[in-house]
Ligand binder design. Structure first.
Ligand SMILES: NC(=O)c1ccc[n+]([C@@H]2O[C@H](COP(=O)([O-])OP(=O)(O)OC[C@H]3O[C@@H](n4cnc5c(N)ncnc54)[C@H](O)[C@@H]3O)[C@@H](O)[C@H]2O)c1
Length: 216
């Protein structure tokens, strides 16, 4: 049981990859907060995992809505006293060729796939810093690397959810721990073996403080 007693929040957990991740995490001993805006399927899937012996709870949340995310994070911390892992997995597509893509369909995908990642990440990070450790994983896509026909909106969000967003967070965190400058530099250098390590590196100092991420 590699994840015994770890507390994980998984968004988009009612279906597809998020549900399968929830199941694997539960089988590995994690307590899983299954987050989705599809309450009917989410409740059914959570009940299914409980029957299989998993320690899971369903939370109806729209990741594009900050109040809904904040309320969920508060409830998870109240219930489990910590958050070890966040998986930003909720995602949608509203495909269309650029010349015909409506502003609404462009914005809808940004709101869920990118702003949703920001909301959930910003909501959990203070707790992880207080704990001195935490791991954040965001589901990107090959579309975020190469683009895809009819997916300017989706590709933009998946490019946004790739390592630079997380690496910047990790660097800020390393800076707050007063680690040698080369540690942060190694993470930001794509040629470095540390590149992409992101928040997967264990963060052990409980004394470190959160500093605002103002540009330098
Ligand atoms: N399936 C693939 O081939 C593939 C490939 C690359 C990347 N991805 C990415 O992986 C992730 C999961 O993909 P999937 O195929 O399992 O998708 P899916 O459609 O099966 O599941 C996505 C889940 O996210 C939920 N969701 C959507 N909007 C939400 C919101 N605003 N708030 C909360 N929950 C919301 C949906 O209700 C659904 O349960 C997505 O981010 C997707 O972009 C998928």
């Amino acid at each position: 049981m590699r994840l015994k007693d770890k507390v994980a929040i998984i968004t988009g957990a009612a279906n597809g990859l998020g549900f399968e991740a929830s199941r694997i995490f539960a089988q590995e001993g994690a307590k899983v907060a299954m987050v989705d805006y599809d309450a009917k399927t989410g409740e059914e899937r959570a009940a299914q995992l409980k029957e299989e012996g998993g320690d899971v709870a369903f939370f109806q949340v729209n990741v594009a809505d900050r109040d809904s995310v904040d309320a969920m994070v508060e409830e998870v911390v109240k219930r489990y006293s910590k958050i070890d892992i966040l998986i930003n997995n909720a995602g949608i597509t509203r495909d269309g060729m650029l010349t015909k893509l409506s502003v609404e369909n462009f914005q809808a995908v940004i709101n869920v796939n990118l702003t949703g990642v920001f909301h959930c990440t910003q909501a959990v990070v203070p707790h992880m810093i207080a704990q001195g450790k935490g791991k954040i994983i965001s589901t990107s896509s090959v579309s975020g690397v190469y683009g895809n026909v009819g997916q300017t909106n989706y590709a933009a969000t998946k490019a946004g959810a790739r390592p630079p967003f997380h690496r910047r967070l990790a660097i800020r965190r390393l800076e707050t721990r007063r680690l040698p400058r080369w540690s942060a530099a190694a993470l930001s250098n794509p040629a470095s073996p540390c590149a992409g390590a992101s928040l997967c590196r264990p963060l052990s100092s409980a004394r470190a403080r959160w500093l605002p991420t103002e540009p330098r």
